[in-house]
Design a binder for this molecule. Structure first.
Ligand code: 5GP
Ligand code: ZN
Length: 113
């Protein structure tokens, strides 16, 4: 996807503060952090949103959660953190490339869910 910001981050065309990378996944700091710790974990493959997850690509989503767990340990988040996925326009998604927000160090409102 040539006009996708996160695909450009994957290719290196747009710089990012990367904290993890493997063949299928990267994680990097959010440019506009909403908490003291705020990074994004994304599949390198251009999956538009959680609505596009299917039997063919769900393995990569499972791997995103493995990476989140490993990074949480590495970044010292053992006391807990938020994982947020905004899905679709009405779900507040602004970048149409599936991503998981990982936030820690600030309560995000315990009444949301
Ligand atoms: P969404 O609203 O789609 O769930 O989240 C998109 C996130 O991507 C936002 O938190 C926003 O700050 C972040 N973001 C948008 N553009 C860039 C960018 O160029 N670099 C980085 N590191 N984050 C970005
Ligand atoms: Zn993309």
């Amino acid at each position: 996807m040539t006009d996708c910001i996160f695909c450009k981050i994957v290719s290196g065309e747009i710089p990012s503060k990367k904290i993890y990378e493997d063949e299928d996944i990267i994680a990097f700091h959010d440019i506009n952090p909403q908490a003291p710790v705020h990074f994004l974990v994304i599949p390198k493959e251009h999956i538009v949103s959680a609505m596009e997850v299917n039997a063919e690509n769900s393995g990569i989503i499972a791997r995103c959660f493995e990476v989140i767990a490993a990074l949480a340990k590495k970044e010292g988040l053992s006391e807990g953190f938020h994982i947020i996925n905004n899905c679709g326009e009405k779900g507040g998604q602004t970048v149409m490339h599936l991503h998981f927000h990982v936030l820690s160090g600030r309560s995000l409102g315990e009444t949301l869910v």
